[in-house]
Structures are given as C-alpha cells and as structure tokens.
Write a protein that binds this ligand. Structure first.
Ligand SMILES: [Zn+2]
Length: 350
C-alpha cells in the first residue's frame, strides 16, 4: 500500500475543523493536568493525525507565544513529533490485530518516570478496542491514576467497543468521514490519479482516505471490472465453477469484493426500472445487457445473502464457508425456480 505522508494527514485534518477546535479549546483550559480522550470514527479519516496534532499543539514552542493553539509544524518539538522521534510521544498499535497486556505493562514502566523534554506527554493508543480484557483493565488503572502532565488518546471505530469503565473516564470527540469531493481532490493532486479514475474510486472509499489510497494503489477499477465480468459468467455456470470462485473471493480483499458484488447486484435490479439511478453508472450498457437475463427476485435474494455474509464476516465467521453455503443455497433455489418456470410461470426469463 502507498503510505500516506504525515503532512498530508495534517492537510486532511482541515476536514475535521470542529474536532480541532475542540482539541485546541481543551488545551487552552487544561493543558498541564492529565486527561484521557477517545477519538472515534471509521479507519483512515485522521483520528491518529488528530492525536498527533494534539501532541504537537501541547508542546509547540510557538503556541506559547501566540493566542491560538495551532502547532507551527516547524519548531524543534513539532518536527520531532512529525518524524516520530519525540521521546515523550508514545504511540501504541495492535500487533497481529491485538494489543496485549505485556504492551500495556511496558507502557506502565515508561510512565513511572517523568517525561524527558515534553511539557505534556501524550500516549496514543491506536485501535484501542483491540486491547484484550487484561490489557484494557491494566490501562484502566493508569487512567484512574494518571501520571502528572500525561494525556491519553485512544482511537477507536466505535466508542462503545471499549469497556464502559474506560469510556466513562474519557472525553469523546467523533471524527467525520471525508467528503467524496475532498477525496477526489487528494487522489488527483497528491497521488496523480486520472480524474476519471478518482471519480470512480472516491464514492466507494466510505469517506476513508486510507481506503481511497489503497483502492488507487491496487487498481481497484480494473479489479472491479474483472470481478464483475467473472461474476456475470458464474451466475449462469455450474455449482462446481462457483465453488472455485468462492475460494478466490475469500482471500484478503474479501469485504471489498463483497461490496462490489453487492452494488453490482443492486444495479442489475435498478437498471430494469430506473437506468438513471445506477451506482456503477459508467457501466450502464454492460449492466443493462446483463440484467436482461436475470430474475429480480433471485437478484434481491442474492443481495440479502451478501449483506448477511458481510455482517457475519465482521464477527469473524469463516468467509469461505459462508460463500460456499451461499452458492449451495442459491443452487437449490435455482433448481426450484426452473421447476416453477416450467410448471407455473412460462413467462419467466430465467
Ligand atoms: Zn511547533
């Protein structure tokens, strides 16, 4: 994946002005006491950048001289924080999807000592909801009796994914998804994507810069085209061929593949009634032709099934097994539809 320049993240924070104002107000009022914050919102919208911004604003040598709390980005402290070399700004991230108690214990050892050079030490715990129970309880003890001049910032998707005792101790700031227009602008200006490609990608990034950059770097437009072409053929192919396809789908880009399939199935239905309302609008002709050979009820039941699989996938169900079950279930439905077409509905186009 193309990495995102830390300075670009600060530009993206322009989109989170309300949140920055809240941070600046807090710093003005209570900078030198200890505090705990939760920054919530989807991945890739600048929550960690917001926490780093807070660390910079709290320690910037220029902020002391001026009325507002905006960090200058070029004093010694700001530069060190941007470069990730400041000794008093601790950033913890999940390892293999988990933050273990050993990491929190290590943090405890650091916090025993007074900070080296910062006015305010900042501990940023990214994806804090990935702490296991023991780690969360160990952190809670630190939040209950925080070392002087230390701020904790926990970033999470949903605040309620944290244990209630942590939530109740933290002030909360919610970060917003980034607008489609702004994502297009960044993809074109910073990543040199063609405008047409950026316009196709941005609406599917769910407001996440990280996702948009990932999609651009992984030829999402080509991937989508190939997936749809294959899916079209497979909807009318044998169960065995479909099961081979599920193996391919259940890999690392699973949820992206499933989102594309869901939207495509939706467009196959919509094109029958409102051609102007397609999501994959630039594929209108292809969708129109493909839709003519497919039955609405069957498409809708596929959409429900894909939605169900996406929800279960978030709960760590086995992707491959779920897809296999879908193929086998649809195969059974198809048999029944064919029987109906012969005996009840001679006009069926399936
Ligand atoms: Zn500065």
């Amino acid at each position: 994946m193309k990495s995102i320049d830390p300075l670009l993240w600060f530009e993206v924070l322009n989109f989170q002005q309300t949140q920055l104002k809240q941070i600046e107000l807090m710093l003005k009022k209570i900078a030198l006491s200890s505090h705990s914050l939760v920054f919530s919102g989807i991945t890739g919208i600048g929550k960690k950048a917001g926490a780093v911004y807070l660390a910079m604003a709290a320690n910037c040598s220029q902020v002391i001289k001026q009325i507002d709390s905006k960090p200058c980005t070029h004093c010694r402290s700001c530069k060190k924080i941007i470069a990730g070399t400041h000794p008093d700004i601790v950033i913890i991230k999940p390892d293999n999807g988990l933050i273990k108690i050993s990491v929190i214990r290590e943090l405890g050892k650091i916090l025993v000592y007074k900070q080296n050079e910062a006015r305010v030490r900042v501990v940023i715990i990214c994806d804090a909801h990935k702490m296991n129970k023991e780690a969360a309880n160990a952190l809670l003890k630190m939040l209950e009796e925080p070392p002087a001049g230390t701020w904790f910032v926990l970033t999470v998707t949903e605040r309620l994914d944290l244990i209630p005792t942590i939530v109740s101790r933290c002030l909360h700031i919610r970060f917003y998804p980034i607008s489609v227009e702004y994502l297009i602008k960044i993809l074109v200006e910073k990543y040199k994507e063609p405008l047409e490609t950026a316009k196709i990608i941005a609406p599917f990034a769910s407001g996440s810069l990280e996702k948009a950059v990932f999609m651009a770097g992984n030829n999402w437009v080509d991937l989508r085209h190939n997936l749809i072409t294959e899916l079209d053929m497979l909807l009318n192919s044998s169960v065995v061929e479909q099961l081979v396809f599920t193996e391919k789908l259940s890999g690392k880009n699973f949820s992206d593949y499933m989102e594309i399939i869901k939207i495509y199935l939706r467009d196959l239905v919509v094109v029958k009634y409102h051609k102007e309302m397609l999501v994959f609008d630039e594929l209108k002709d292809k969708i129109d032709i493909s839709s003519k050979t497919k039955n609405v009820e069957s498409l809708i039941s596929y959409i429900y099934a894909v939605e169900r699989i996406l929800q279960m996938s978030e709960k760590n169900f086995n992707n491959r097994l779920m897809l296999d079950a879908l193929v086998l279930e649809k195969s059974k439905c198809l048999q029944s539809e064919k029987l109906q077409a012969v005996s009840v509905n001679p006009c069926s186009n399936n």
